[in-house]
Design a binder for this molecule. Structure first.
Ligand SMILES: Nc1nc2c(ncn2[C@@H]2O[C@H](COP(=O)(O)OP(=O)(O)O)[C@@H](O)[C@H]2O)c(=O)[nH]1
Ligand SMILES: [Mg+2]
Length: 228
């Protein structure tokens, strides 16, 4: 009787352990599948052109708009490579040359604090595309962003230069859409002298997929100066 009981107990234990191991393995497979199927955007194994065109990109916007985080995504390789490394506000500027296979970008990421803004005009020579970043999670600073964008576009040196408005932080709760931001920027009067488009990006801090990076790359690659 006691032996039978022992056998039943050990059988139950084995069944329990086997069941647990199967569940753990299934969960592991599910996580692996989710990781492989994730829609994270990054540049890797991109086709290499023989002589890719070189473009100078100026990334501007208010302090905290997400310029540096956006620029850090323009790297080859999988997620989180060094996107999370720079958490400090940019003092002065960073410039980096990136060969993405079909294009070489010189990307200028210039500080957006009030003290830095007076130096923006020094950077707007021979620029192919201006990327104007706007924090979509912070409507309070929209008028300040709009005012500074207008000052920039009224400068003769930016005449003809295409502008890509990037509505950042689309992963936050209730962000403004790129269309809403575009409307808030009131850029209609600049349309005759500039090609202007808007996209959204989401580059979450640690978890979640990045989105909008490929669209930004496509737009930057295709945008052309307007002849005046
Ligand atoms: N959740 C979220 N946070 C972002 C995103 N982009 C930037 N941030 C955060 O916003 C803050 C300012 O970003 P940063 O790139 O330094 O702004 P910059 O001053 O314009 O260069 C940092 O804490 C970033 O981590 C985004 O897409 N999603
Ligand atoms: Mg910065």
């Amino acid at each position: 009787m006691a032996t039978e009981l022992k056998e039943t107990v050990s059988k139950t234990t084995i069944c329990f352990i086997a069941g647990f191991a199967t569940a753990a393995a299934a969960y592991g497979c599910y996580k692996l599948y989710k990781h492989l199927a994730s829609e994270d955007e990054y540049f890797e194994n991109v086709h290499h052109s023989k002589d890719p065109p070189n473009k100078r990109i100026l990334v501007l916007g208010l302090d905290g708009a997400g310029k540096t985080r956006f620029v850090n995504c323009f790297r080859r390789g999988r997620r989180y490579s060094d996107v999370n490394l720079c958490m400090e506000p940019t003092v002065g500027f960073n410039v980096r040359t990136i060969n993405l296979g079909t294009a070489i970008f010189d990307i200028w990421d210039v500080g957006g604090s009030e003290s830095c803004r007076k130096y923006w005009k020094e950077f707007i020579r021979d620029i192919d595309v201006i990327v104007w970043t706007v924090d979509a999670s912070n409507p309070v600073r929209l008028p300040e962003s709009r005012q500074n964008l207008h000052i920039l576009l009224e400068d003769r040196k930016t005449r003809g230069v295409p502008v890509l408005i990037v509505a950042t932080k689309q992963d936050t709760t209730n962000p403004m859409t790129p269309e809403e931001i575009l409307e808030e920027m009131r850029i209609e009067r600049f349309r005759s002298t500039h090609e202007i488009e808007a996209i959204g990006t989401r580059i979450p801090l640690w978890h979640g997929e990045r989105k909008g990076i490929n669209a930004a790359f496509r737009h930057i690659s295709c945008m052309r100066p307007k002849a005046n």
